[in-house]
Design a protein around this ligand. Structure first.
Ligand SMILES: Cc1cc2nc3c(=O)[nH]c(=O)nc-3n(C[C@H](O)[C@H](O)[C@H](O)COP(=O)(O)OP(=O)(O)OC[C@H]3O[C@@H](n4cnc5c(N)ncnc54)[C@H](O)[C@@H]3O)c2cc1C
Length: 311
């Protein structure tokens, strides 16, 4: 029922699956106090991947003196980028495609604004229409074009989507892709009540926005909401011997525990992303306490409080 969309194989030709696309910033729209939507536009985006869902991309940030002149436009862009002298290495950060309009050669990305503490948030706060930009993303003409998609629900009946403001773009895009008879819940923690975004979800999937408001720490709204929903709605196996979990140090490693290619039993699938220590807490609760099958939950640390994204 909830499998990822596929498309005809007819037009596929060998190409790099994930590559740099040049574009221009064509719109900057403040959606709410903490969300800004940036639209990228350019001829190269005619071939940008259209699979949607939680499609991740790299937003490359310009260097003050050389812009994007040194960024490798090669198949092995990451290896080639690492080999550049440090002063020629553009920083980049991971974001989610919120919408793609191939006919208009446009891609939208929603930025959760958190001040000017990182290169991506600072860029999003100051970018102007007409600025040059660079996105590394999927090439729709490549056989590997679904690279960077972790939403793999199989044929389940009930879904849980949960995350903070950085996961909101992915959750909204996934919600809009669900079939009309999907069931479940989306739980999204946002900075303030003014950050609720419009999203079209099937009638059977409730969408709950939980503002942190002043004084509530990151995860303080998400964790209890996910616990509460899971305890009431999902049949786990809490009396079984707890599944052993590796104790990931989220300050040193990325928390990325995504089931690969398992065939699920048709009941439940959860997708959970956000601040890494919050996701670690939820992982411990859902797997070790509530007894959920690890193969039915994707846990993704999207960022770590106090640490820049690791290249
Ligand atoms: C697969 C994936 C998809 C993502 N999709 C999106 C998306 O669509 N929209 C989006 O906004 N983010 C998204 N993120 C999160 C985004 O990559 C991080 O927030 C990233 O750290 C922002 O880069 P920066 O340059 O602003 O800050 P960095 O240089 O990485 O960090 C600088 C400082 O800012 C802090 N920081 C980073 N992000 C936040 C935050 N959101 N709130 C408060 N403090 C923060 C860090 O802890 C650090 O102390 C995604 C991450 C992943 C892995």
């Amino acid at each position: 029922m909830l499998t990822s969309p596929t498309r005809s194989e007819a037009v596929v030709e060998p190409r790099p699956a994930y590559r740099a696309f040049s574009a221009t910033v064509s719109a900057v729209r403040r959606l709410s106090p903490h969300f800004v939507r940036i639209t990228f536009q350019g001829a190269e985006l005619a071939d940008f991947g259209t699979a949607g869902l939680d499609q991740r991309v790299k937003i490359v940030l310009p260097l003050a003196d050389s812009g994007f002149a040194h960024f490798p436009r090669t198949v092995e862009w990451y290896r080639d980028w690492r080999e550049l002298p440090e002063e020629q290495r553009n920083p980049f950060r991971t974001y989610t495609v919120r919408a793609v309009r191939p006919g208009l050669r446009e891609v939208d990305v929603d930025f959760a604004m958190h001040g000017e503490t990182g290169p991506a948030s600072a860029w999003a706060a100051s970018v102007q229409i007409g600025d040059e930009s660079l996105i590394v993303g999927p090439d729709d003409r490549s056989p590997g074009r679904t690279i960077g998609i972790d939403w793999r629900p199989g044929d389940v009946r009930t879904v849980l989507l949960a995350g903070d403001e950085t996961a909101a773009p992915a959750i909204c895009a996934i919600l809009e892709s669900l079939p009309a008879d999907a069931q479940g819940c989306a739980i999204i923690e946002i900075p303030t009540a003014g950050d609720v975004l419009p999203v079209a979800a099937p009638a059977g999937v409730s969408v709950r926005w939980h503002p942190r408001g002043g004084g509530i720490p990151q995860g303080g709204a998400l964790i209890p909401a996910v616990r509460d929903w899971t305890v009431r709605k999902v049949q786990g196996h809490p009396d079984d011997a707890p599944t052993p979990l590796d104790d990931i140090d989220v300050d040193r490693e990325m928390l990325w525990d995504v089931p690969e290619g398992h065939s699920l039993d048709g009941e439940f699938y959860a997708w959970i992303a956000g601040e890494a220590s919050v996701i670690k807490t939820l992982r411990r609760f859902l797997v070790s306490e509530a007894g959920l099958d690890r193969r039915s939950v994707a846990f993704m640390g999207y960022w770590r409080l106090g640490r820049a994204e690791l290249d």
